[in-house]
Design a protein around this ligand. Structure first.
Ligand code: NDP
Length: 480
């Protein structure tokens, strides 16, 4: 059985115990045994990051560019192989997994450039003879806590800006899928990151995550995951004076208006709701459809859903891979039962037999729902979408905004008037017109509003708001 160690202060070290990483498409396939850190080992990683910060925070932009650029090239060159690891441990299809790895590589390339671009501003002072300079400095040791659904892209979009701006890192990937992050950290180490600059501690959130969040030696925490965990982490960071950033759940609306191109709308909804097994925080989980197109839309969705092949993530022709584990499968089925109990009608959503033992679930469309039903209020995080019938655009917009979340939102329409109004008035961090709510570029900001996100945006040049601290200097040349 392959063994995978933690990476602390430039050394691969065994953990206090190990955990098995199992393929959700085939429960007889074990990817390997991964080290589980305890609190003491996590503190050693934090100390190593603290020590390395002294040098790395003063490294030249060229040094940081070189490490990130080389890591980006290595990720891109090994896209197919790393994509297989990802599909095997998380269950998204091989093309989706290779796409995610490609995105991780591009993120490293982008932030290699950012290391060179981060500058400052100079302004004349309001006082005679003085100048004011605003510069950015790294925040310090950052703790990164990531979820299971994007096991290489999310670690990449946190690690790359952290290192580009001169911070040192301790990362804790989701216990369920540590393999892709392990490969990523190895690539960064091999690209020349000095000892202690990047540290990997795998293990449980309640142990390793907790140790990161409670350590006085960690300056900032960037978290992606569920709302309940995120809020608890945020409260602890606030109490201990840490900078923090939370990316959490979504209940993303996709509005389909009478004047939509039906094929465009159906493709956007199939992709947004069901691809990656619906396990995306940006998934279109509420389809809000006006009465004039409703029947044609539902018929078209059902026809497309019948043609979707559910099965082994690594097999050719699979459209939807397995659910990630038994707990998530039970959650998906529980929500389908709740939707039925509340009066909804479920199309699909049955278990699918594969040639291997895996967690296969057919995509499900829940009709006859109202905005107040739990299926329309709570995040399911599976291949499940519900449909809400509305009379017109105004009602659609009100329903779209009637949620505690605000990550991504979409509209399918051929009307410039409605598309423009929606773009301005929907309460979400990201808005999509005639395209799926999920699937974003790597060089622009990512994040939401309301209960979905807290703190500065991730990705693109906006990431510097979190990973740097601004210093304002007043200079009186006469006295120097
Ligand atoms: P969780 O919130 O359960 O876990 C996220 C991470 O936090 C994991 O690494 C987990 O560790 C860790 N963690 C758990 N408890 C603690 C704790 N007490 N202290 C510190 N860390 C802790 O989410 P999931 O991994 O289950 O991911 C699914 C959720 O993430 C969904 O709700 C989804 O909406 C959301 N998500 C949001 C995204 C966004 O950008 N808005 C993107 C992707 C997902 P462990 O390994 O033990 O689980």
């Amino acid at each position: 059985m392959s063994q995978f160690a933690n990476y602390i202060d430039g050394q691969w070290v065994d953990g206090a115990s190990v955990s098995r990483n199992v393929n959700p498409s085939n429960l007889d396939d074990v990817i390997g045994e991964f080290a589980q850190a305890d609190a003491e080992q996590t503190h050693r990683a934090i100390s190593a990051a603290r020590k390395a910060f002294a040098q790395w925070s003063l490294s030249t932009p060229q040094q940081r560019f070189d490490v990130l650029d080389q890591a980006g090239s290595a990720i891109l060159a090994r896209k197919a192989e790393l994509g297989k690891v990802l599909a095997r441990e998380e269950g998204k299809t091989l093309p989706e997994a290779i796409g995610e790895v490609g995105r991780a590589g591009q993120i490293f390339k982008f932030f290699a450039g950012e290391a060179l671009r981060v500058g400052g501003e100079v302004m004349p002072s309001v006082r005679p003879g003085m100048t004011v300079e605003m510069t950015r400095e790294p925040v310090g040791v950052v703790g990164l806590i990531t979820p299971w659904n994007f096991p290489i892209a999310i670690p990449a979009w946190k690690i790359a800006p952290a290192l580009a701006y001169g911070n040192t890192v301790v990362i804790k990937p989701a216990d369920l899928v540590p393999g892709s992050t392990w490969e990523l950290v190895k690539i960064i180490a091999e690209a020349g990151a000095p000892a202690g600059v990047i540290n990997l501690v795998m293990g449980r959130g309640s142990v390793v995550g907790e140790a990161l969040v409670s350590s006085p030696d960690v300056d900032a925490i960037s978290f992606t995951g569920s709302v309940s965990t995120g809020r608890a982490i945020g409260a602890k960071c606030f109490d201990s004076g840490k900078k923090f950033q939370l990316e959490m759940g979504g209940k993303n609306p996709m509005v389909v208006l009478d004047d939509a191109d039906l094929n465009v709308a159906i493709e956007a909804c199939i992709n947004g709701a069901f691809y990656s097994t619906g396990q995306r925080c940006t998934a279109s989980s509420r389809l809000i459809v006006t009465a004039g197109i409703y029947d044609r839309f539902i018929d078209g969705m059902k026809a497309r859903m019948r043609a979707l092949k559910v099965g082994d993530a690594l097999a050719d022709g699979t459209h939807i891979g397995p659910v990630v584990d038994d707990k998530q499968l039970a959650q998906d089925e529980r929500y389908l039962a709740i939707a039925r109990d509340e009066g909804g009608t479920v199309f699909g959503g049955e278990r699918v037999e594969g040639s291997t033992r895996g967690y296969f679930l057919a995509p499900a469309l829940v009709t006859e729902t109202t905005p107040a039903m739990r299926i329309n209020r709570e995040e399911v995080f599976g291949p499940v979408a519900s449909v809400i019938k509305v009379k017109d655009y105004q009602e659609a917009l009100a329903v779209a905004n009637g949620t505690e979340f605000g990550l991504s939102a979409g509209i399918c329409t051929t009307s410039l008037k409605y598309a423009s109004h929606f773009r301005r008035h929907v309460q979400a961090g990201m808005v999509m017109v005639n395209t799926a709510t999920a699937g974003v570029d790597y060089h622009v900001p990512f994040g939401g509003r309301k209960g979905s996100s807290y703190g500065p945006r991730e990705q693109g040049a906006y990431a510097r708001e979190f990973y740097t601290s601004v210093k304002t200097a007043y200079i009186n040349p006469g006295a120097v």
